[in-house]
Design a protein around this ligand. Structure first.
Ligand code: NDP
Ligand code: 2IT
Length: 448
């Protein structure tokens, strides 16, 4: 075994031992470490100062009880979390996820990833993530409000506009951010940019809602353009039908591609004629207003059919996973390749299992890892923070340009750090470019 592999193995053994059973967290750290150890092989200072070891340990984890009362008067109990992962380059920043699958492993993987992603944006933001195992599905608006208010009663002690600035993620959209912000403001008697993804009436930023989906498509477009190709006429499979998936469809349509699938946790719809702007309006009403199931899309449009499972068996040239973690396994990655897929840009966080990534990397297709591809959302969150601090609001066109430029800059950083014998390894590029800034800040701080 080479020295580098030996160090890597020893490092991962330590991570697994210190974080027993946290499989998603092990997976996220292992994906990063596999590219960082070769990079630091000839840079002993990072070893001596134990930088990656320290980066794989959250600054702190807060866990708390969230009691709330449902519409029938029953007292319910949920667990709330905030993982403050790393604030070396700015205040902790990252979303809140409300989903029954939320546990410490999931939030630690997300907080760890967020640290690298936020560094890639070039903005001064550290990494954090939080949330709860609360399931907003099927709950009334009043139940969601009572839950959010109870959650904020504890969370407010740990956050602040210069300390930690949460935002949305799965199960946390505009409605939840409104309830959370209203409660923070009331408890603290301060109107500050303590959350992002806010409504436009109370300090939200233009383009924030669209930013993650748009950014994921821009990243794919940047890779295609560099390879002498483009979106025009391409068939695209997208998973999910929430915030990220919706605006990914919109941007693919703008660029001349055709989206043929969308999904939710019950299955996927296949529409070979493409999800046009008009159909997307129907989808937005279905998912965001009526909070219905994706199957209804297939009931509405004759061109579409509903299927159980995930959409990756449908032929496409471009795949944009935009639902959740580990939604493309090794077999599905092989099926995508067999059916002609040439590019994957990850809108969701860690949607591809390690074995699936290996399939894409070995085939040499354009593969953009989530920490680069979906950084547009948090980048515009960073711009929302700036606007709130300065008490100003930028125009939509300015923000759209800033988002587009940021995605190009992230792409170019990945190229700079990921060039390997003429081929671009976007995975290594994203990890190393994200690592360097945080690591060098930590070196400056000494033993902290
Ligand atoms: P939403 O809650 O708006 O939508 C989530 C979508 O994914 C829904 O269609 C949901 O289906 C589906 N989904 C969620 N969990 C599962 C599951 N376990 N199995 C199958 N489908 C599932 O979330 P977002 O669109 O905001 O987030 C999607 C992904 O993008 C997440 O990985 C998130 O971390 C990531 N992301 C989000 C950003 C943002 O700005 N919002 C920024 C960067 C990354 P159903 O309705 O049935 O639950
Ligand atoms: O995963 C992510 O980058 C997000 N959910 C957005 C975080 C943010 O602070 O906007």
């Amino acid at each position: 075994m080479s020295k580098t592999n030996e160090y890597l193995q020893r490092f991962m053994n330590g991570v697994i031992k210190r974080n027993p059973g946290e499989l998603e967290f092990h997976q996220a750290v292992s994906e990063v470490a596999g590219t960082i150890f070769p990079y630091i092989a000839d840079k002993p200072i990072y070893h001596k100062m134990q930088i990656l070891e320290r980066m794989a340990e959250p600054d702190r984890v807060v866990m708390f009880r969230v009691p709330w009362t449902d519409d029938k008067g029953n007292i319910r109990n949920q667990r709330g979390y905030r993982v403050q992962f790393n604030n070396s380059i700015g205040p902790y920043k990252g979303g809140l996820r409300f989903h029954p699958s939320v546990n410490l492993s999931v939030l630690k993987f997300l907080g760890f990833e967020q640290t690298f992603k936020n560094s890639l944006t070039g903005l001064p933001m550290g990494g954090g993530k939080g949330g709860s195992d609360f399931n907003p599905k099927g709950k009334s608006d009043n139940e969601v409000m009572r839950f959010c208010q109870s959650f904020m009663i504890e969370l407010r002690r740990h956050i602040g506009e210069d300390t930690d600035v949460p935002a949305g993620d799965i199960g946390v959209g505009g409605r939840e951010i409104g309830f959370l912000f209203g409660q923070y403001k009331r408890l603290e008697n301060r109107f500050v940019g303590v959350l992002t993804g806010k409504g436009m009436e109370f300090g939200g930023s233009k383009i924030r809602t669209e930013a993650t989906g748009y950014g994921t498509v821009y990243f794919m477009d940047n890779m295609l353009t560099r390879a002498g190709n483009g979106f025009d006429g391409k068939t695209v499979c997208i998973s999910g039908s929430g915030n990220v998936a919706t605006y990914a469809v919109e941007k693919v349509n703008h660029l001349g591609g055709k989206v043929v699938t969308l999904s939710d946790s019950s299955g996927f719809v296949h529409d070979p004629e493409g999800i046009t702007a008009e159909k997307l309006e129907y989808l937005i009403d279905l998912k965001q207003v009526r909070r219905g199931r994706i199957k209804e899309y297939a009931d509405e449009y004759n061109s579409a059919s509903f299927h159980e499972g995930r959409p990756w068996r449908v032929s496409c040239e471009i795949a944009l996973p935009c639902a959740t973690q580990n939604e493309i396994n090794e077999g599905e990655a092989k099926t995508l390749l067999k059916n002609g897929c040439i590019g994957v840009s990850e809108g969701a966080n860690m949607p591809t299992e390690l074995a699936g990534i290996d399939v894409f990397q070995k085939a040499g297709i354009l593969y953009a890892p989530s920490k680069a591809a979906n950084a547009g959302g948090v980048a515009v969150s960073g711009l929302e923070m700036s606007q709130n601090s300065a008490r100003i609001a930028w125009k939509e066109a300015e923000l759209e340009k800033l988002l587009k430029d940021t995605m190009q800059t992230i792409h170019d950083s990945c190229v700079e750090y990921g060039e390997r014998k003429g081929r671009i390894d976007y995975l290594a590029g994203a990890n190393i470019a994200g690592f360097v800034k945080v690591a060098d800040a930590m070196l400056s701080f000494g033993h902290t």
